[in-house]
Ligand binder design. Structure first.
Ligand code: CIR
Length: 294
């Protein structure tokens, strides 16, 4: 169930960044529970995941953004994770080459929808590997996680698609969790599995641990626009992935992340909390279930 809260700890006189006209989503495919990729072989409840996905889409609609729902692709078990199929900034959309071979066919439906909406479409070359989950737009530069699902050619495709925007690679291997945490499945799949942007161009939602601190420090060191990013530290790592749409932030509302949910509700101007605990068993979070288009 999505709940709205309004708090005011993080304030800004600037207009909110991350303004979007459309959000592309795709229904949970029939084969999700059986075949969606996951690092640890955990069982997934299909009906529960589908209900959570529907609540997520309802929350997106509640932000007022125009939700475009693609036809389900039941033969592509990870196809609900549309974020990985494209990177959109302004009027340009780069169609990626997802790093997992089983996911490459997901791009066709997204490409057709984006083109029909009138965006300028660029295609990543076949030798590139690039997942949208590795790409974080701060409003001034693009950070890209390198090494897991994204390779050097993927980074080059990003730079070529957005020539006016600084593209800053960050090696995910530099942020490997301590062995004890990795043993519990905490190894990050994507850059945005670790951090995501708050509704400000200089605040980064990050786990309150060594990995979170290392990523934000690396962003400050590598920034091509000399941005002084600072972390909003969260007690639970999965809560650091949030979706900012037109001044509203979709945050994790899972029962076992309650302390982080409260931190986010206190810190951010307007939040909608959603439980995606079942979907998250497929190594997913909030950003991955939508593709936001300016
Ligand atoms: C995968 O392994 O590709 C999917 N099971 C999860 C993708 C999540 N994507 C994302 O966070 N951007």
């Amino acid at each position: 169930m999505a709940t709205a809260t309004s708090t005011s700890t993080v304030t800004s006189t600037a207009p909110p960044p991350f303004r979007y006209r459309h959000a592309i989503v795709r229904p949970l495919p029939a084969g999700f529970a059986a075949a969606a990729l996951r690092a640890t072989p955990v069982a997934i409840d299909q009906a529960r995941a589908a209900a959570q996905h529907a609540a997520y889409v309802a929350a997106l609609r509640a932000t007022g953004v125009g939700v475009v729902e693609l036809a389900a692709a039941d033969d592509l078990p990870d196809s609900c994770f549309v974020e990985d199929t494209a990177v959109a900034v302004g009027g340009t959309v780069l169609i990626t080459r997802p790093g997992a071979p089983s996911r490459v066919a997901e791009t066709a439906g997204v490409r057709a929808a984006v083109a029909a909406l009138g965006y300028a479409v660029v295609d990543a070359p076949a030798h590139a590997a690039l997942d949208g989950g590795d790409v974080m737009w701060t409003g001034r530069e693009l950070f890209v996680g390198l090494g897991g699902r994204t390779n050097d050619a993927g980074v080059a495709a990003l730079a070529a698609a957005f020539p006016a925007i600084p593209v800053v690679p960050l090696r995910l291997a530099d942020f490997a969790p301590a062995p004890a945490a990795a043993a519990h499945g905490a190894s990050p799949l994507h850059l945005k599995s670790i951090v995501s942007m708050a509704p400000r161009q200089d605040v980064v939602l990050a786990p309150d641990d060594a990995v979170g601190r290392a990523v934000v420090a690396a962003m400050v060191r590598a920034s091509r626009v000399r941005a002084r990013y600072r972390a909003l530290p969260l007690p639970h790592a999965p809560a650091a992935n949030a979706v900012v749409v037109n001044g509203i932030t979709l945050i994790r509302g899972d029962a076992d992340l309650a302390e982080s949910t409260r931190v986010l509700q206190r810190a951010l101007p307007v939040t909608l909390a959603i439980d995606v605990s079942e979907i998250a068993k497929a190594d997913a979070a909030l950003t991955c279930c939508s593709l936001l288009l300016a």
